[in-house]
Design a protein around this ligand. Sequence first.
Ligand code: PLP
Length: 426
Amino acid sequence: MNRRKLLKSFASLPLIGSFLNSELLYSKDNSEFNLDFAQKDIYKDLGVRTFINCAGTYTALTGSLMPKEVTDAITFGTSQYVELDELQDRVGERISELLKCEYATVSSGCFGAMSIATAGVMCGMDNNKVIQLPNTDGMKNEVILQESHYMGYCQALTNVGAKLVKIKSTKDLEKSINSKTAMLWFLNAGNDKGSIKWQEFVDLGKKHNIPTFIDCAADVPPVENLFRFTKMGFDLVAFSGGKGLRGPQSAGLLLGNKKLIKAARLHTPPRGVTIGRGMKVNKEEVLGMLTALELYLKKDHDKEWKMWEGQIQMISDSARSFDGVKSEIFVPKYANHVPSLKIHWDSKKINITPNQFRHELRSGHPSIETTGDNESVGITTWMMEPGQERTVSRRIREIFNMAKNGYNGSKNTNSDWMGYMKKEKA
Ligand SMILES: *Cc1c(COP(=O)(O)O)cnc(C)c1O
């Protein structure tokens, strides 16, 4: 509030006294204290490096950038108090209308969705069980999954006390089912690796009356996936909010069976004596997630796809303009299903290794992040801002030129954010 507005509001107050002090002290407008953060480059102030993201939706690189409509919704969310449960109720209903499923809730990421869903199927609506976790004595606590679907994020299931039972075949699965079986868990990206495919898995769940869950964290695009798996009959379907949907990185979607999602929510704030208290989603993130979803559903997906293809082609052409450089454009079938590029060369002929190349991209101006190893450099464009493909193409040409003219560059390529993933896989 500026001075003139402040004086005006005094004039309209019948009793000045105590109002005056509180208005002055708690004014939301801090301009007189010179705290206008919006005008500052806070990352620069902190000395934190920013970069063009050619890698993709990695948590280590803070996921995705939220569109302005989403940050506007988040800012709007800060303006009023609401009851958290009422907000989640209404937003859950809205999301289930949008995605034509029975029910939905905004979770703390796909990982959080996995944890609360598992806690929910184990405890049902029994509050005594809810406060007992992660001790699962007296509860169904076994989650069956195909061995080939196992990955590091299964920690979300065991964190709440569940035990994993890994199987290979339909026969194994049916043999493993017993009175302790709480849930059947499926990794969408694992569909081709396991012998039991989507529909058979769903049917097995129905046959034995056990809820089925599918992790679709990185499986948007395509947009159809948001509808496909609830329709197929999975009881619980989870997506990351901060990957392809470009919502808050700490949010996610849990879709499906209303009873099971209500049970999952018993483990979430505002309730405190729960295993999920630390998986809080604040009102701003709830609104941001809903808005990101609405925006995503309205998007012209074909147009966006063509833009990505054009960007990838431009970068690929820049690399291939150098003798001996090869590249492949491909689209992963599951997870990060977007136009992607792999650049490689014989580093005996071109005097730079892919790791050194990635190091040069990272330490140049502007800094550019890619994926890969010492065999190739990996690039996607879906997390870039439109136009940045030209900068990336230019930097790639500059670095290959430098290599041609005798690169005697860095051996120090160890400070790679991808290191943590290699460790997790081991
Ligand atoms: C990213 C990812 C997760 C975790 O999702 P968050 O939204 O970051 O919590 C879980 N499973 C898979 C397969 C993922 O790719």
